[in-house]
Design a protein around this ligand. Sequence first.
Ligand code: PLP
Length: 454
Amino acid sequence: MLPELVTSIPGPRSRGLAVELRAHESRNITYVSPGFPVFWERAHGPNVWDVDGNRFLDLTSGFGVASLGYTPQPIVEAMQDQAARLYHAMGDVHPSAEKAALCRRLSQLTFENWNLGPGKVILTNSGSEAVEAALKTAWLATQRRGVLAFNGSYHGLGYGALTVTGRSLFRDPFKTQLADFASFLPFPICQHCPWHAPGREPSACLPDCMNAFLRQAEILLAKGDIGAIVVEPVQGRGGEVVPPGWFLPLLRQLADQFGALLIFDEIYTGFYRTGHRFASDHWNVQPDLICLGKALTSGFPLAACVGREKIMDAAWPESTGEALHTSTFLGNPLGCRMALQSLELLEAEPWSERVEALGHHLHSGLLKLQETSRHWGWTRGLGLMRGIEVVDANGQPDPARTGRLVEAMLARGIIILSGGVEQNVLSFTPPFVIDEAELDFALAQLTEAALRES
Ligand SMILES: Cc1ncc(COP(=O)(O)O)c(C=O)c1O
């Protein structure tokens, strides 16, 4: 359904709640401005209603979580049933049947499906913690302290995940306390080639770039201290950056050659966001450990680190009663049930086809949008994970304009967010249940909003 605005944005109730929140929540959490935020009251499909009765079209899937749209009936029913029966258990002591079922299902969908034997799972409460579980696994398995990570990456903000996150915005305030086990290499972003090849699409990437990357990676890995390579197969919050075709196969080769474990962070890209079940399927490369979250549950704080059985069992000793990595809410039954139901829905329909078709439509729309103003830069992405850069008159990143566009779109009833290392990418990660007319409407609104800005 298209947006319907009954009051100005934000309306009076949202404005009142923002004042209340400002008084009691740490001021660094929720961004408040005259045009932001709206407080959500309910949501269905790709739509959200705020406390003032305005209906919005959500192009974010709520940070990539609601891939199936909001409140699909089977998930609501599963939650209601589970909540009435059991919504807390003793995760690492006396767990629920749902936890066992989810671990089995995650093994099937990953390592078993890749014919690499069973997978073993560590469930966590956030994506950040899933990355930390993978880092701990790699350390225990290899006894090598170093981790190779990438500029522009986002793996979460817990101290462990932040250590491998390649964004100075998040790192700098804490850098004195951050451990120094991560080494960063450039992520091959073809539109702004770190090795200074002229801007181009990934398919036309120069072999020189690959060789330049290879030289840098070999120097690092040859020191023998790197136990893990952690990478988003497509950078999400870094601005929908799709690497060239050589990148993931080369990482696999380097990990094997130098005895490091390859960790794919598919927390954002997993479960058909890019058109395939996992983004890494586009290049047919398999990791040793995979981190999953967001769309996994459709909306419960639960994520997972899944690893090849032989690696997990080599790393982690049998529990003697005190788990080395766990938490109070580990394997929460409600979260596990939501994940099982979400996975059933995600696997039951040909989402790949729909996401690819809608993604193609969105991409064509973004290419047309590019023509309408000199303030649009590169557009890129895969499936329903796409972005377009916003630039100033000199073609430089324009984060201020990007922020104004996000607010202008909200005022037009469309929820969209900015991303990218320079905060100048408008990101599109809509629910898969959005339709072409809704995407066209959003793009038409964006065209108008941008023209008013110029
Ligand atoms: C690729 C990736 N990894 C990890 C995370 C962190 O997940 P969480 O916010 O659940 O800690 C995110 C969050 O956006 C992400 O996009």
